[in-house]
Ligand binder design. Structure first.
Ligand SMILES: NC(=O)c1ccc[n+]([C@@H]2O[C@H](COP(=O)([O-])OP(=O)(O)OC[C@H]3O[C@@H](n4cnc5c(N)ncnc54)[C@H](OP(=O)(O)O)[C@@H]3O)[C@@H](O)[C@H]2O)c1
Length: 237
C-alpha cells in the first residue's frame, strides 16, 4: 500500500485529494487544525486514514510529520495544501504576518522536512499547492501574492536540488486559478473550478510527476499573459 500525507486535509482541495488518494489505494495521513473534519474522513474509511491534527504555525511541523510517517508506516508522497491569505488593502500587519507564518515559514519547514526525508530514502514525491497569484504582485492581497511567489521560487530551487541527486525525487508545483473553496476571496472571479474538478486534475498531474501544473489547465494562458503585461501598465491595474 502506498503511503501519503496531506497537510491541510480538513477542507477544500486537500480534503478532495485525500478522498482521491484513498480511492486509488493509498494509506493517507491527514492533518490540519479542525480535528472534527479529519475524523469525518476517518469514520468513512478507518483503515485508509490516519488522523494527526496540528497547527502548522504553532507546532513543530518536522516532529509531527515524522510522527505521522511512523503511524502510516512510510512515505512516498507528501502534499502540502495548507494555506492562508486575506484581502488586505489596509495593510493590517497582523494579516500579513499570519499569512507569512503559514505560507512562508511553515511552508519552508514542511518542504525542507519532506525533501530531506526523500533524499535519505532515495525516492519520493513532494507536491505543494502554490497559486497563479504568485506570478505577479497584488495591491489587494500583498502578502498572499508575495508568499505564493516565494513558494513558486522555493519549489524551483528544490526541483534543481532533486535533479542534482539523480534519484527519483520529484517536486511538483500546482498553480490553481480560482477554486470554489473558502480561500477564493474577492470580486471578479472567473473560470472558477469546483474543488472536485481541481483535485481530479491535480491527481493526474501528480501521476505524471510533472514539475509544474496549472489547474484548471487553461490557467496557464493567464500565467503567460500576466508575465507579458509591462510593469508600467501593471502598476495601474
Ligand atoms: N481556492 C482557490 O481559489 C485557490 C487558488 C489558488 C491557490 N489556492 C491554494 O490552495 C491551497 C488549499 O486551499 P483551499 O482552496 O483548499 O482552501 P481551504 O479549504 O481554506 O484549505 C486550506 C487548508 O489549510 C489548512 N490550514 C490553514 N491554516 C492552518 C494552520 N495554521 N495549520 C495547519 N493547517 C492550516 C486548513 O485547515 P484548518 O483550518 O483545519 O487548520 C485547510 O485544510 C492553499 O495553499 C491556497 O492558497 C487556492
Amino acid at each position: 500500500m502506498k503511503k501519503a500525507i496531506i497537510v491541510g486535509a480538513t477542507s477544500g482541495i486537500g480534503n478532495e485529494l485525500a478522498k482521491i488518494l484513498v480511492q486509488n489505494g493509498y494509506k493517507v495521513g491527514i492533518t490540519g487544525r479542525r480535528i472534527t473534519e479529519l475524523q469525518k474522513l476517518h469514520k468513512n474509511n478507518p483503515e485508509s486514514y490516519q488522523v494527526n491534527s496540528f497547527d502548522s504555525i504553532t507546532e513543530n511541523n518536522s516532529e509531527k510529520l515524522f510522527e505521522l510517517t511512523e503511524q502510516i508506516g512510510g512515505l512516498e508522497l507528501l502534499i502540502l495544501s495548507s494555506g492562508t491569505g486575506d484581502l488586505n488593502e489596509g495593510l493590517d500587519y497582523e494579516i500579513e504576518h499570519k499569512t507569512n507564518l503559514l505560507n512562508v515559514n511553515a511552508f519552508t519547514e514542511i518542504t525542507d522536512w519532506a525533501f530531506n526525508y526523500f533524499e535519505k530514502q532515495k525516492k519520493g514525491h513532494l507536491v505543494a499547492i502554490s497559486s497563479i497569484a504568485g506570478i505577479r504582485g497584488s495591491r489587494i492581497a500583498p502578502a498572499y501574492n508575495a508568499s505564493k511567489a516565494y513558494q513558486i521560487n522555493y519549489l524551483e530551487g528544490l526541483r534543481q536540488k532533486a535533479t542534482k541527486t539523480k534519484k527519483p525525487i520529484y517536486i511538483t508545483d500546482i498553480r490553481p486559478g480560482f477554486v470554489d473553496t473558502d480561500m477564493a476571496k474577492g470580486e471578479g472571479q472567473f473560470w472558477v473550478a469546483t474543488k472536485e474538478k481541481a483535485a481530479r486534475q491535480i491527481f493526474r498531474i501528480i501521476k505524471k510527476k510533472k514539475g509544474i501544473g496549472y489547474v484548471t489547465k487553461r490557467w496557464w494562458i493567464v500565467a503567460k499573459l500576466l508575465r507579458l503585461i509591462p510593469n508600467g501598465l501593471y502598476k495601474k491595474i
